[in-house]
Design a protein around this ligand. Structure first.
Ligand code: ADP
Length: 395
């Protein structure tokens, strides 16, 4: 009996141990599953965090999030670049980071106002920047304010472009109005009886003719420039012999050169072949040679030369021995309507667009343009074009 009871106790004990071990194994398994889930969850949160940061950093607009105490909780790269602070400023105050009282004042106004939209501020430079700020109060799902969001849009480039466009429109109107008013007053004089005097008639008709030509030239240049500028101009590059192209331009301008007793010298080696659109190349060369004749010395020399550069490009140089260009104007001569001497340019029939056309025509080929000049020692305009082949470079 005792032995039987002992056996029962042993069986019960074994069952208890087995049940305990199973319970332990179960809880271990559960713990492993839970830790796996936690790890996955953490990974997912980190992944989201990374995605959010990438998204915010790829934004053009600057972004700063503040908590209820005005401390930065989040910022993106555009905001950091705009105000010149680093991500270490997270946790710091807005003013410390942006160092700009007007920005801090916009943030301070939030609360009294739920949103401040399209507020423009000027960040004193250098460089000076115009920035648009949009600010809103952030709320949780219960509607409680949790902080604020500031979004900054840099309008500097846009404002510059608007300014350039307005200046261009004003210049165009002025340039068109001048010949138009001269044509109009000549026509009025004729209508008022000017045609009875043969000399006056001839003079007035010549004025009308000259200024109508000037208008045509100006409109042609404007249209060409607009096409080049917008990229709508289709280029047809082909192997173009530079010496021949130079000679063609010289032949066209022979009479203009003779009128100012300018000797034209073609020093381009015959073997230099550029990969260029022949019409656009002729246009660029023609504008530069024409300028050399117009602004160079009476009785001077206008020389075109070229050389192959190491990187399969060719550099062409148009040089005159005239009075040259003052240093302060060198940067600006390629701008539309910029002239060193307005009266001189008009008198020579210039539109003020010649060098802007050269620049765009060459840039459309992937080339670049520059000018060198020392006052009194002439001007040298250089431009590059891709080479089609070098051929014979000996002469
Ligand atoms: P424009 O129609 O007035 O000639 P461009 O754009 O061709 O216009 O040239 C701009 C200005 O650059 C000219 O008005 C002139 O003042 C200056 N310039 C251009 N080429 C020369 C040169 N070879 N020598 C001196 N000044 C020049």
């Amino acid at each position: 009996m005792i032995a039987f009871l002992a056996l029962l106790a042993a069986v019960a004990a074994a069952g208890w141990w087995r049940a305990r071990r199973r319970a332990q194994e179960d809880s271990l398994r559960q713990a492993r599953v839970l830790s796996g889930l936690r790890e996955k969850h953490t990974q997912a949160i980190e992944e989201h965090q990374h995605q959010l940061e990438t998204l915010l950093d790829s934004m053009i607009e600057g972004l700063i999030v503040l908590d209820n105490h005005g401390r930065i909780t989040l910022s993106n790269r555009a905001a950091e670049m705009l105000f010149g602070f680093s991500r270490q400023m997270v946790g710091g105050s807005l003013l410390e980071a942006v160092r700009h009282h007007e920005v801090a004042a916009v943030a301070a106004r939030l609360g009294a106002e739920a949103a401040i939209l399209d507020h423009e501020i000027r960040l004193e430079g250098p460089p000076l920047r115009v920035v648009q700020v949009n600010a809103v109060v952030l709320r949780d799902s219960a509607g409680t304010g949790t902080g604020s969001l500031l979004v900054f849009h840099d309008l500097t480039r846009l404002r510059e472009l608007e300014g350039a466009r307005q200046e261009f429109v004003a210049n165009v109107s002025h340039e068109l109005r001048t010949p138009l008013s001269l044509i109009k007053s000549a026509a009025e004089t004729l209508l008022d009886g000017g045609k009875s005097d043969a000399t006056a008639l001839d003079r007035l008709l010549k004025i009308i003719d000259r200024h109508a030509d000037r208008l045509t030239l100006l409109i042609d240049d404007l249209l060409l420039l607009a096409k080049l500028d917008s990229g709508r101009m289709e280029l047809h590059p082909e192997p173009t012999a530079l010496r021949v192209a130079t000679q063609d331009v010289f032949d066209d301008l022979l009479r203009r050169a003779a009128a100012r007793e300018v000797r034209l010298e073609n020093a381009v080696p015959p073997g230099l072949i550029a990969q260029a659109d022949p019409d656009r190349l002729r246009q660029a060369l023609s504008n530069l040679v024409d300028n050399g004749i117009k602004y160079g010395r009476i009785g001077g020399v206008l020389k075109v030369s070229a050389r192959a550069l190491e990187d399969r490009r060719i550099e062409i140089c148009v040089r005159d021995d005239g009075p040259g260009i003052p240093p302060e104007a060198l940067e600006r001569v390629f701008e539309r309507f910029y002239r060193v001497d307005k009266a001189r340019s008009r008198e020579q029939g210039g539109t003020g667009l010649g060098l802007a056309i050269v620049k765009h025509a060459i840039q459309a080929h992937g080339g670049d343009v520059r000018v060198e000049s020392e006052p009194g020692k002439g001007a040298a305009f250089y431009f590059t074009l891709p080479a089609a082949g070098f051929g014979d470079r000996s002469s």
